[in-house]
Ligand binder design. Structure first.
Ligand SMILES: [Zn+2]
Length: 649
């Protein structure tokens, strides 16, 4: 796709017109990214699926199902050109990784017979040692142009900048790259240098062209935004298969981050298809590209395949998973620390006030991220699912506190937005909502007698060894979990205003287990970082009339959740029935004026079916009427922007 190529193109057009057409070349690319050790199937919250959920057909992915899906696609495409690509971050995310340190992932990826993989940042989570062991085991090439292993590195020369694969008589160049900030996100160590993705891909492409390869696939782990803005614009790159941002792309689903494929203009005057396939083995990307005889993509079509319960898991893989899970049960029994006293993680405390478990988890998150410049940690009280009793603490106990496989998220946020986040966290104390903010590096006082949205009385932030008043205009480094960062539990401000976010750090339960074992015996404590100002006489907000309904937008990962167990729409509208008001008043928060029986309503952030029913009919319990008229959308994952018809009374 260079100038020379357009010369060739012109020549071939002439050739075409004289009747001597070359054949187009079709290439089918199956791809996954960000497996994150989901060896076992996952539920709709991306955490390990239970036997009960499996029985109900509610599980997705897992390597047994993924293997079956890949085999089936290969079968359908037999006789055609097919590549199976892996865009990195196979490590980290379940106890299979914690136990086997990449060996389980390597074993199952080998069975799937990948043609190439790029490393992701998490492949360095156990330094180069973990990756070197993985490289010992994998039977497919690993290509990442911007990983430079030094002479004393255990990685040696096993990670290539690019490879050339021949299929159907044509050469395909595959060049990989990992996120430029891998050194901050993970631990490659002193022997491994992470170079610049664009510069190193560009250099590799030049090599490929020298070898006469004119069909080039960039296999990246740098994230969808960067694939669009930078990778797809590198001269002579034809296709980008990405990872890292866990982006689900689709041309038909309204949950997608962009179309599949997303076509990007390359300065060479042609279009580059960019694809990614969600994460956690939930999707298998399936892209068909057709190159003309000048190596230009003239057609790119496809759609990700959802690895749902309609796909029967591979039996042999299931049996092997079962075998491997024995030692994992042992791990759950492994004692990671001792605690001098019980660690209080009860709902009653953690959703209403500072609690010892909240301090432990927030302290652990902050401790893990302080080297990245984070000074404040916020986590939701509802994400803490149990207490821990005094004495030895097992990994299983830590998992019962933090069962969701959520990850540490880091970002920068203005002080004023931090206050807005705290206001959200304090907005539903009456209902016992999960959003209550447990913190570290921060002190705040609140007055719950005030209306929601104006309950924060004061905020101080730790500066060095002392606390100073929060500066609304200053930017702070904030650490939280991926659920809140995506706007879960009403923390829309994190989704909207976060700068430089990274949502997929280490798993919370591992961060907390590590922190506990570094502080043995652990002494649970509260230190007055969260204080409640005395109620001031007759409180105007005491009715709770202003409380906003919880919203999920499209995020449904329950790091929270006040409401995980209840599938009902009405979750927030009704759980607070003791304090929420009647009829039209309650609806006023989001749906005022815009919801009428017999009309239509576009879902806004914050809407619940309960509130819409309340607004339209004066009765929240009629929410099913709206649900049924709109194909029963999942109430906890109402899609912002979707138009609902509101049936007449
Ligand atoms: Zn990544």
């Amino acid at each position: 796709m260079t100038l020379i190529r357009s010369g060739l193109l012109a020549a071939s057009l002439i050739a075409l017109s004289s009747g001597a057409a070359f054949a187009d070349y079709e290439l089918n690319i199956l791809h996954i990214n960000d497996l994150h050790s989901r060896i076992e199937a996952i539920n709709k919250f991306d955490s390990t699926c239970s036997a009960e959920e499996e029985g109900k057909g509610e599980c997705f992915g897992g390597v047994a199902r993924l293997k079956a899906a890949i085999d089936a696609e290969r079968q359908k495409l037999s006789g055609r050109n097919v590549l199976l690509l892996n865009a990195g971050d196979n490590f980290q995310g379940s106890l299979f990784y914690t136990t086997y340190k990449g060996a389980a992932e390597a074993e199952f990826l080998n069975l799937m017979k990948f043609d190439a993989m790029t490393v992701g940042n998490h492949e360095f989570d156990d330094s180069e040692d973990g990756l070197a062991t993985f490289l010992d085991k994998v039977q497919f090439p690993v290509v990442t142009a911007n990983v430079a292993a030094g002479a004393s590195s255990k990685i040696g020369d096993r990670i290539k900048p690019f490879i050339v694969i021949e299929q159907g008589g044509q050469k395909i160049g595959i060049v990989g790259a990992v996120a430029n900030d891998t050194e901050e996100l993970s631990s490659p160590g002193p022997n491994v240098l992470i170079g610049n993705d664009v510069a190193d891909i560009t250099a590799a492409v030049a090599e490929l062209k020298k070898e006469g390869v004119d069909k080039i696939v960039a296999l990246t782990h740098v994230g969808y935004p960067r694939d669009l803005a930078a990778i797809a614009k590198i001269p002579d790159v034809d296709v980008v298969v990405g990872g890292h941002s866990h982006s689900f792309l689709s041309s038909t689903s309204d949950k997608a981050e962009g179309p599949y494929p997303t076509m990007v203009d390359n300065p060479g005057g042609y279009k580059v298809p960019v694809v990614q396939a969600g994460a956690y083995s939930k999707y298998l990307g399936n892209l068909k590209v057709v190159f003309d005889d000048a190596g230009v993509v003239k057609e790119a079509t496809g759609a990700p395949i959802t690895i749902d319960s309609s796909i029967k898991p591979d039996e042999a893989v299931l049996a092997r998973i079962k075998e491997l899970s024995g030692p994992i049960d042992e791990l759950k029994n492994k004692i990671v620390a001792e605690t001098a006293e019980p660690i209080d993680g009860s709902r009653e405390t953690c959703r209403a006030a500072e609690c010892a478990m909240g301090n432990l988890v927030a302290d652990a998150i902050l401790d893990r991220t302080k080297n990245q410049g984070m000074t404040v940690a916020i986590t939701n009280g509802g994400g803490l699912r149990s207490s821990i009793d005094a004495g030895p603490v097992s990994m299983g106990e830590v998992l019962s506190v933090l069962p969701f496989q959520n990850t540490v998220a880091t970002f920068q946020l203005k002080g004023a937005d931090l206050v807005a986040a705290l206001e959200n966290g304090l907005s539903q104390i009456e209902e016992g909502a999960g959003r209550f903010p447990q913190v570290s590096g921060l002190k705040y006082a609140f007055d719950k007698s005030k209306p929601a949205g104006s309950r924060v009385v004061s905020v101080e932030v730790k500066e060095g060894d002392a606390f100073a008043p929060l500066d609304p205009g200053k930017t702070y480094g904030v650490a939280s979990n991926n659920y809140l960062r995506a706007g879960g539990d009403g923390y829309a401000i994190f989704a909207k205003a976060a700068v430089n976010p990274y949502d997929f750090g280490p798993n919370l339960e591992l961060v907390v287990a590590d922190y506990l074992s570094a502080h043995r015996p652990y002494k649970p404590y509260t230190d007055g970082r969260i204080t409640e100002a005395a109620a001031t006489g007759m409180a105007e907000g005491a009715t709770g009339a202003e409380t906003k309904p919880a919203t999920d937008g499209e995020t449904a990962t329950p790091a929270d959740s006040s409401t995980t167990a209840t599938e009902g729409a009405a979750t927030t509208g009704n759980t607070g029935s003791g304090t929420t008001t009647t009829g039209s008043e309650a609806a006023a928060t989001t749906a005022e004026g815009s919801v009428a029986a017999g009309g239509r309503h576009v879902i806004a952030r914050g809407d619940t079916l309960w509130d819409l029913a309340k607004a339209a009919y004066g009765d929240g319990t009629l929410w099913r009427r709206i649900a049924e008229a709109n194909d029963n959308p999942r109430p906890r994952a109402l899609h912002i922007g979707r138009e609902l018809s509101i049936p007449a009374k």
